[in-house]
Design a protein around this ligand. Structure first.
Ligand SMILES: [Zn+2]
Length: 84
């Protein structure tokens, strides 16, 4: 017969399952964080390109250059027509 008690094997199995779940959760968190960072970086790059480039629309009411890509001027609130 096996010298290891039965409940020890059960505890070992529970620990193994817990470890696998823990590794899975950590991997998921890492993947999600990386995805979020990528999204944030993309949004930042978009904002920067709009801020620096001439593609950023200018408010026809007050002349404010849109930097956040919104359809409305963040200075005077007028609707901004995007460049065509
Ligand atoms: Zn404006």
């Amino acid at each position: 017969m096996i010298a290891v008690p039965r409940h020890f094997a059960v505890i070992l199995a529970i620990f193994a399952i817990a470890a696998i779940i823990l590794v899975g959760v950590i991997t998921l968190i890492v993947v999600l964080t990386k995805k979020q960072n990528k999204k944030r970086a993309q949004a930042q790059a978009l904002m920067l390109s709009m801020y620096d480039g001439k593609s950023a629309p200018i408010c026809g009411n007050c002349g404010n250059r849109m930097t956040d890509g919104s359809a409305f001027c963040n200075k005077c609130g007028a609707q901004v027509e995007p460049d065509k």
